[in-house]
Design a protein around this ligand. Structure first.
Ligand code: HEM
Length: 216
């Protein structure tokens, strides 16, 4: 017989789910102003001036235009855009591991990683398509941007997914393996650039502190 003391009742389960959802919404609400400024087609300079400390995000300068937008109530497009940073980890990891597995296969063909590469490519390309869609919600639906960083991030990201889908298809259909490799390695390199550009958008210019402040 099942021990009823250890089972969760339906209302308890509902309460737990509601609490988890509330926590998720609170976490996603933290960088609110950053998201809205990307959608407002601002240049990187305008965002930097109005948002001097994007990581900590509590500067009084942030609580102007963005707050008035927050008072409009729940915005589904804004919510979907806020899921983009969480979604990008899947294609980044899956497609870079696909490239590493392909590299291992080139060095040791006997490793038997061919089906693994196929699975990683499909999983990376499909989760990437989801991340790109959410990215368009984060950055706004337009073809050009006043911010160069957002422009290159938008189109590099969109191209990555198109090329990753072609690579997955080419791998499944057993097209020329040199062609598949070219696509897989190009996607991995483009993803590293993409991650850097994403960091520039989320955390501000030179977020990795690579440029010496006193000049080279
Ligand atoms: C494979 C495709 C993509 C990848 C791997 C990617 C990756 C990233 C990463 C790593 C970040 C920083 C997230 C953080 O730590 O907060 C980011 C932010 C961002 N991405 Fe993407 N991205 C992709 C596609 C796109 C596309 C197509 C757009 C469309 C415009 C876009 C718009 C944005 C915006 C607006 C932000 C800033 C979000 C914020 O301020 O919190 N991304 N992206």
């Amino acid at each position: 017989m099942r021990d009823r003391a250890n089972t969760t009742t339906f209302p308890e389960a509902l309460r737990l789910m509601a609490a988890a959802l509330a926590l998720l919404i609170m976490l996603l609400a933290i960088p609110a102003s950053a998201h809205k400024e990307h959608r407002q087609n601002k240049t990187q300079d305008e965002m930097t001036v109005e948002q001097p400390a994007p990581i900590h995000g509590n500067s009084p300068a942030l609580h102007s235009e963005s707050d008035s937008l927050d008072q409009e109530g729940f915005d589904i497009a804004d919510f979907l855009g806020r899921l983009h940073p969480a979604a990008v980890h899947f294609p980044i990891a899956l497609l870079i591991v696909a490239a590493l597995a392909e590299l291992a296969l080139m060095v040791r063909p006997t490793l038997g990683l061919d089906r693994t590469v196929g699975l990683l490519l499909w999983a990376g390309a499909l989760t990437g398509a989801g991340a790109v869609l959410l990215g368009w919600f984060a950055g706004g639906f337009r073809l050009t941007d006043r911010s160069d960083v957002l422009f290159w991030h938008r189109w590099n990201g969109t191209a990555i997914v198109v090329v990753a889908l072609v690579a997955a298809l080419a791998h499944s259909r057993k097209w020329n393996s040199a062609f598949v490799r070219l696509l897989v390695f190009s996607v991995a390199i483009a993803l590293i650039i993409q991650g850097y550009l994403g960091g520039e958008l989320a955390f501000g210019p030179d977020h990795l502190n690579l440029i010496p402040k006193g000049g080279f």
